[in-house]
Design a protein around this ligand. Structure first.
Ligand code: GDP
Length: 445
C-alpha cells in the first residue's frame, strides 16, 4: 500500500534525520520535496498545499529547530499532520443508533466496489454485531446487478429483497423498507445504482431514494486506485447528497495514496472502512494512525520521538556539559543526566541524542551498566544529603554504608557511582584543555 509515496517520503526523512542541526531553509527544502511526493501520489493540490503549510508552520518553530533531535521532530510533525489529514486518531464506525430498520445507503460509481462492499458490511454487521440485516439492490441500470446482490446474499447468509423486474429504484426502496419492518430487520442496506460518470439523473435518483428512506448512513464507495478521479467523484457526491462517510476499496492494490489522503478533506466526512480484497470478509475499519505509520514506514520512530520530545531541551544538556567543564558537575547534575537517560528510554536510546553523552554511554556499557543501573544510581543519589550531593568527596565509609542501605544497594554500588562521577569530571578537564565546547564536539560528536 502506497509504496512509492512511502519510498519518496522515506528518502526525504532519512536526510532530515541524518542531520544534527536544522535551519528554517532545511525544513522548507524538505517540505518542497514532500509536496512533490504528495502531488505525484495524486493528492489533490489544495489538500497538499494545506498540508505543507501546516507542517511548515509547526516545524520551523523555535522549539523544534533547537531541540535535541530536530529531524525526528519534523518527521513526527509530518506524521501527526498525516493522521489529521486522514481524519484524526479515531476509528469511526457505523452509527446505527436509530429506530430499526436503520437504513444504510451505499452510493458510488459503477465498478467502485459498491455491491461487494454492501455485502461485506452486511456480513460484518451480521457476524460481528449480531444484527439482522437485509440487502436490496436499487440498481436497475447495470444488467444483472440485482442478481449479483442476491448471489452475495446467499454467500453471506444475509437476506435480500426478492427481485421484481421493471420496478423503479424509489419503488424498490419503498418495498424494501416495508419488508424490513415486517421482518423486524435491524439494518437495511440499500445498494444504489452506479453510473460510469456522475450526472444529474444519478444525483436526482440518489436524492429521491434518500428522501423516502431517510438513511442513517450514506456511504460513498470509492476506488482508491483511481486517485484524482476518486477525488472528483467524491466532490460531486458531496454536493448532491448528505454523505456520512466513505468506504475506500482496493486498498490491497498499489494505490498511490492520493484518494485516501484527499478524501477526508474533500468530503469533510470520515473514511469508515477500507476494502482490502475480493473476499467477502476483506473489509477493515479505517485506522488513520496505522495508515499514516504505514505511509511513513515508521511506526516505531513515532513513539520513540514522542518519548524524546517529553525530555529536556538541548540547553539543559549543554548547561550540564558546561558545569562539568567548570568542575561544578555535582551529584545533582549527574542525577539530572541519569533521569534524562531514563526518560529517553534508557541507554539504548542515548547515542547521538545528547551532546557529550556518546562517550559516557560507551564507558557505561563497558562497565556492564544497563537500564536498571540508572534507576539504582538515582536511588543512591536520592539517599545522599543535599550537601553530600554537592560535595560527594565528603562521603566517609560510614555514610556510604548508610546511603547504600537507604537505597537498598551495596556499598560497592555507591563506590561505583562515585568513581563514575570522578571519571566524568576527569574527562571533562581533558576536554577543557582541548579547547572547551568545540573540543567537546570533536570528542563526542
Ligand atoms: P460496483 O459496480 O461498484 O457494485 O462494483 P462491484 O462490487 O461489482 O466490484 C467490482 C469488482 O471489484 C469486483 O470484481 C470485486 O470483487 C472487486 N472489488 C471490490 N472491492 C474490492 C477490494 O477492496 N479489493 C479488491 N482487490 N477488489 C475489490
Amino acid at each position: 500500500m502506497f509504496d512509492s509515496l512511502s519510498d519518496r517520503l522515506g528518502g526525504v526523512f532519512d536526510r532530515l534525520r541524518g542531520r544534527g542541526a536544522l535551519n528554517e531553509q532545511d525544513v522548507r527544502d524538505a517540505m518542497r520535496e514532500v509536496r512533490v511526493a504528495l502531488l505525484e501520489a495524486d493528492v489533490a493540490l489544495p489538500v497538499a498545499r494545506r498540508f505543507i503549510d501546516a507542517v511548515t508552520e509547526k516545524a520551523v518553530g523555535h522549539q523544534v529547530l533547537k531541540s535535541v533531535t530536530p529531524g525526528q521532530q519534523v518527521v513526527k510533525i509530518v506524521n501527526d499532520e498525516l493522521v489529521a489529514m486522514l481524519g484524526g486518531e479515531e476509528v469511526v464506525g457505523l452509527n446505527l443508533e436509530a429506530r430499526p430498520p436503520v437504513v444504510v445507503m451505499m452510493v458510488g460509481l459503477q465498478g467502485s466496489g459498491k455491491t461487494t462492499s454492501t455485502a461485506k458490511l452486511a456480513k460484518l454487521l451480521k457476524e460481528k454485531q449480531g444484527k439482522k440485516v437485509m440487502m436490496a439492490s436499487l440498481d436497475v441500470n447495470r444488467p444483472a446487478a440485482q442478481e449479483q446482490l442476491a448471489v452475495l446474499g446467499e454467500q453471506t447468509g444475509v437476506a435480500t429483497l426478492p427481485i421484481i423486474k421493471g420496478q423503479a429504484p424509489v419503488d424498490i426502496a419503498t418495498r424494501a423498507l416495508q419488508s424490513a419492518k415486517l421482518q423486524a430487520v435491524d439494518v437495511l442496506m440499500l445498494d444504489t445504482a452506479g453510473r460510469l460518470h456522475v450526472d444529474d439523473a444519478l444525483m436526482a435518483e440518489m436524492k429521491a431514494v434518500a428522501a423516502i428512506s431517510t438513511p442513517q448512513e450514506v456511504l460513498l464507495v470509492v476506488d482508491s486506485l483511481t486517485g484524482q478521479d476518486a477525488v472528483n467523484v467524491a466532490q460531486s457526491f458531496t454536493a448532491g447528497v448528505d454523505l456520512t462517510g466513505v468506504v475506500l476499496t482496493r486498498m490491497d492494490g498499489d494505490a498511490r495514496g492520493g484518494a485516501a489522503l484527499s478524501m477526508r478533506a474533500v468530503t469533510g466526512k470520515p473514511i469508515k472502512f477500507a476494502g482490502t480484497g475480493e473476499k467477502l470478509d476483506a473489509i477493515e475499519p479505517f485506522h488513520p494512525g496505522r495508515v499514516a505509520s504505514r505511509i511513513l514506514g515508521m511506526g516505531d520512530v513515532v513513539s520513540l520521538v514522542e518519548k524524546a520530545a517529553a525530555v529536556v531541551e538541548k540547553e539543559e544538556a549543554e548547561r550540564l556539559a558546561e558545569r562539568m567543564m567548570k568542575g561544578q558537575f555535582d551529584m545533582n547534575d549527574l542525577r539530572s543526566q541519569l533521569r534524562q537517560m531514563q526518560n529517553m528510554g534508557g541507554l539504548g536510546m542515548l547515542a547521538g541524542m545528547m551532546p557529550g553523552m556518546k562517550k559516557a554511554k560507551a564507558a557505561m556499557a563497558a562497565s556492564g551498566m544497563n537500564d536498571k543501573v540508572l534507576v539504582h544510581m538515582d536511588a543512591i543519589i536520592g539517599s545522599m544529603t543535599p550537601k553530600e550531593r554537592q560535595r560527594p568527596e565528603l562521603l566517609n565509609a560510614k555514610r556510604k554504608k548508610r546511603i547504600a542501605a537507604g537505597a537498598g544497594m551495596e556499598v560497592q554500588d555507591v563506590n561505583k557511582l562515585l568513581k563514575m562521577h570522578q571519571e566524568m569530571g576527569r574527562a571533562m578537564k581533558q576536554i577543557k584543555k582541548m579547547g572547551g565546547l568545540k573540543g567537546l564536539g570533536a570528542l563526542f560528536g
